[in-house]
Design a protein around this ligand. Structure first.
Ligand SMILES: O=C([O-])CC(=O)C(=O)O
Ligand SMILES: [Mg+2]
Length: 218
């Protein structure tokens, strides 16, 4: 049974990967997008996970693969229409995640009014770090997340700049999508997203907590 596995291996049995978009004003601005009045979200399949040691694969139809570094929130207890006040009781921990995006495909989908699945949901579109238990992060809204490509800093953001807080996101999403143990919420990317090529090395981290490395392959 899935739930008998230790939580530190959530990516092996996590079901839903819910990704929040435009949750940092400066990233919405760099994309030329309006600020959302309510959270915008989309899904990745659970087969999108990649762990360190395996490469991020660029889908064959993509010519502009972008990195987005995001704080991931791991759900530890089923959440259905939970209040903001109760939301954090449903969190068991965190992970650092990359929302890998076929940016050219996404632009095309936006123009045609099509869903973002091809742009956001391909295999290996969700690299994840080790699981970090909730106790290790006293305040998830006071974290600095960063990302380097080939040693050069590209993204640096503070989770205090999120437009919608983690309790708000859990409450809002759980009214629409029942969240289950092992599900992961990606909380959106700060500014500085950009392209990666085959053989590039992405390093990303949560300052004072963890870092991770991934190679990009064709
Ligand atoms: O593709 C986008 O810009 C939306 C998104 O995922 C984010 O803001 O993290
Ligand atoms: Mg994103």
């Amino acid at each position: 049974m899935a739930t008998s596995k230790p939580l530190s291996r959530f990516w092996e049995w996590g079901k839903n990967i819910v990704c929040v978009g435009r949750n940092y004003a400066e990233h919405a601005k760099e994309m030329g997008s309006a600020l959302p009045a309510e959270p915008l979200f989309f899904l990745k399949p659970s087969s999108a996970y990649v762990r360190e040691g395996s490469p991020i694969l660029r889908p064959y139809y993509c010519r502009n693969l972008h990195h987005e570094v995001e704080l991931g929130v791991v759900i530890g207890k089923r959440a259905r229409a939970v209040s903001q006040e109760a939301a954090m009781e449903h969190v068991v921990g965190y992970a650092l995640c990359l929302d890998m995006t076929a940016r050219d495909t996404q632009e095309d989908c936006k123009k045609k009014g099509l869903p973002w699945t091809l742009a956001k949901g391909f295999g290996s579109s969700c690299p994840v770090s080790d699981f970090v238990p909730k106790e290790k992060i006293p305040d998830p809204h006071k974290l600095q997340i960063w990302l380097k490509v080939n040693g050069k800093l590209r993204q640096e953001g503070d989770t205090s700049s999120m437009i919608f807080s983690i309790p708000y996101l859990i409450s809002y999403i759980s009214e629409i999508i029942p969240l289950e143990e092992g599900d992961l919420i990606l909380t959106g990317s700060p500014k500085g997203v950009g392209s990666v090529e085959a053989n590039d090395e992405i390093e990303a981290g949560i300052r004072d907590v963890l870092s991770m490395r991934f190679k990009v392959a064709q």
